[in-house]
Design a protein around this ligand. Structure first.
Ligand code: AHR
Length: 625
């Protein structure tokens, strides 16, 4: 037995060294004579190379690496074993890689290993990711959106019919699977479609084939199979062949086996649709270089665009939601139209200054309009920019809804639109090119996470919360509420005294808090304000009522502007969740890229922190806003 283990150990060591040598040779071939030598060594750890998605990832990485003379990559393949992948990662780190790129199948098994590496070197997580935030950068798709697209297509395909669906999932407890499943189910809710069976095939083609062959042999009543990956969709396809059930439709995810993002089987019409989930291999190398070169403003998440490929669109419209690069007509200076929402908060002033300053630094001509909290005025500004034929339009939408018409006009005029700081909700996501800003839902979760940690220290206590919401229907108000509620909803220790609609101003925070105190008085335990200005207003109201903010009532806020950090350092606030307004430089980079016809990620999510009274002293001096 021991001898067998010893032999296995030697074998895996040998395989690893072989992969290292082959990987280094493969990625570095033709470069041995290049000047300057290797500056950076990057490790790429893959869970398997049997899934076409992982193979495509390596190919994209190689293509991108070939453009640089000074980087080398080492690839490892864990052959479907999480234990082996842990070993691979340790070997890569021991081998001295400067940065690790990791893609994994089983987050439960690998999250701790990735976190450990992140304490030593930068880590980029790709696609089916880890849980938590212990990594430098995540690149992948928005899995809920991916699931939604698949669900909408299923509902459209089986329109009006009663449809029975089998869902074929990867590892059941991974966030990727949960989010894809949630999006799919949300999209079919209210239709006659029903997911009657869930099969767990661990992302593997052969497993999906076996399990579905068994299931179909027993159950005649299946109309559609929704498979969470291309390889499992191919397994499903084989199961249909095995059982002679070619009347069942399949929808898959990934679409990496052809250039257009489809699959040979999509054109055969059995696999009726594939929601594309790009691998991010190219972006991983580009960002790896930025990280290793210590560039500023590295985002926390880069979300790539996914699109549905069907047998009708298989030839590929090539658009991927991307507007054609603007016709520059020989002009040298780029013209950017920016429709700002207003000047409601300290955060907003910092955001405006960042946009104006960055445009100047980048040599971009900026047409800046401030809508003073009027959506109508934002429409007018965007239409004015279209008339003036700007190269790119950017704006911070007041609300999530109501933008279809004006964005369609911009699309028809061929002008790309970038959302700066706030998102919109439109059915056709090709109406906008990219979003650069925060993950507001995560900000809400962070606020709630801290509160639950406080509550853990004082069992048996109930917390009565007053929530001061931002502008109704705005992305930050919706996201911060949703994320916060996600964590406290089912916890008996928390109850809302009131959740009041404000508008992100200090005045509204003060007025709403005074009303709440009038009604609930000393029974209020916690104030959760959707931004610093409202929290600062609430502090004034609490003091006027004769209570001590931060002591008699706990206060949580979002933004981390200087004035809030001051309040935190003197104990009047208890927690500040960061929301970064310094988005100008990233916006100008995106404006330049899109004007040169480069692909932009769908979303670039900024990296942000959380500040307690203990932490604030260390960071206050370095704050830029
Ligand atoms: O959209 C970002 C939010 O808008 C900020 O958190 C808030 O202060 C602002 O006005």
């Amino acid at each position: 037995m021991t001898e067998k283990v010893h032999r296995l150990g030697l074998l895996s060591m040998f395989v690893f060294l072989l992969i290292v040598l082959l990987g280094a040779w493969f990625a570095g071939r033709d470069k041995s004579d290049s000047e300057g030598g290797t500056r950076f060594l990057i490790g790429i750890s893959q869970p398997n190379l049997s899934d076409p998605w992982h193979v495509a990832l390596n190919e994209e990485v190689k293509e991108e690496v070939d453009k640089h003379n000074d980087i080398r990559v080492i690839f490892t393949d864990a052959a479907q074993s999480s234990a082996q992948q842990k070993e691979d990662i340790r070997h890569l780190v021991g081998y001295g890689v400067d940065l690790l790129v990791v893609s994994l199948d089983d987050p439960a098994a690998l999250t701790a290993t990735v976190a450990e590496v992140y304490r030593k070197i930068p880590v980029i997580v790709l696609g089916r990711g880890v849980t938590g935030y212990d990594y430098t950068l995540y690149i992948g798709t928005d899995n809920e959106v991916v699931g939604q697209k698949a669900g909408e297509f299923a509902a459209e395909t089986l329109k009006g019919r009663k449809g029975t669906i089998v869902e074929v999932q990867g590892f059941g407890d991974s966030p990727t699977v949960q989010e894809r499943s949630l999006g799919f189910r949300e999209a079919i809710a209210g239709s006659n479609l029903e997911v009657t069976h869930v099969v767990n095939s661990d992302w593997q083609r052969d497993r999906a084939e076996d399990q579905l062959t068994d299931l179909l042999a027993k159950d005649g009543n299946v109309d559609l199979i929704f498979a969470h990956s291309e390889s499992m969709a191919l397994g499903a396809y084989r199961a249909l062949k095995n059982t002679g059930r070619m009347n069942i439709d399949i929808i898959g995810i990934d679409g990496v086996t052809t250039k257009t993002g489809g699959s040979p089987y999509v054109s055969e019409r059995q696999l009726i649709g594939m929601v594309r989930s790009p691998t991010g291999g190219r972006e991983a190398i580009q960002y790896a270089l930025d990280i290793l070169n210590k560039e500023k403003g590295i985002p926390k998440k880069v979300i790539l665009r996914s699109r549905l490929v069907t047998s009708d669109t298989e030839s590929g419209d090539g658009a991927d939601g991307k507007a054609a690069p603007p016709d520059r007509n020989g002009k040298e200076t780029l013209k950017l139209g920016f429709a700002q929402v207003g000047s409601e908060s300290g955060w907003r002033i910092a955001h405006t200054n960042s946009v104006i300053g960055a445009a100047k630094d980048a040599g971009i001509e900026l047409l800046f309009r401030n809508a003073d909290q009027s959506q109508e005025r934002q429409f007018e500004s965007i239409r004015e920019f279209i008339r003036q034929r700007v190269d790119v339009i950017a704006f911070s939408p007041k609300t999530e809804t109501g933008w279809e018409e004006v964005l369609s006009e911009a699309k028809d005029a061929g002008i790309p639109v970038i959302l700066s700081d706030r998102e919109v909700k439109v059915k056709d996501d090709s109406l906008w090119t990219a979003y650069i800003g925060s993950d507001f839902r995560e900000e809400g979760r962070r606020a709630a996470r801290w509160l639950t940690e406080q509550a853990d220290r004082e069992p048996d206590r109930v917390y009565r919360i007053v929530e001061l919401q931002g502008t109704p229907d705005s992305a930050p108000a919706l996201g911060r509420k949703k994320g916060f509620e996600e964590l406290i909803r089912d916890d008996d220790r928390f109850a809302y005294a009131a959740s009041l609609e404000g508008d992100f101003t200090k005045r509204s925070g003060k007025e709403l808090m005074a009303e709440a105190l009038e009604k609930f008085g000393k029974s209020i335990d916690v104030v959760y304000a959707h931004n610093d200005d409202m929290a600062l207003g609430a502090i004034e109201a609490i003091e006027a009522y004769g209570l001590k903010p931060g002591k008699d009532i706990l206060l949580i806020s979002v933004d981390a502007t200087k004035s809030a950090m001051d309040a935190l350092s003197i104990g009047k606030l208890n927690l500040v969740v960061e929301c970064n307004p310094l988005l100008g430089p990233q916006l100008m980079k995106a404006v330049k890229d899109v004007s040169q016809g480069k692909d932009l990620p769908m979303k670039i999510i900024t990296s942000e922190g959380v500040f307690t009274q203990e932490l604030v002293k260390q960071v206050k001096r370095n704050r830029e806003y």
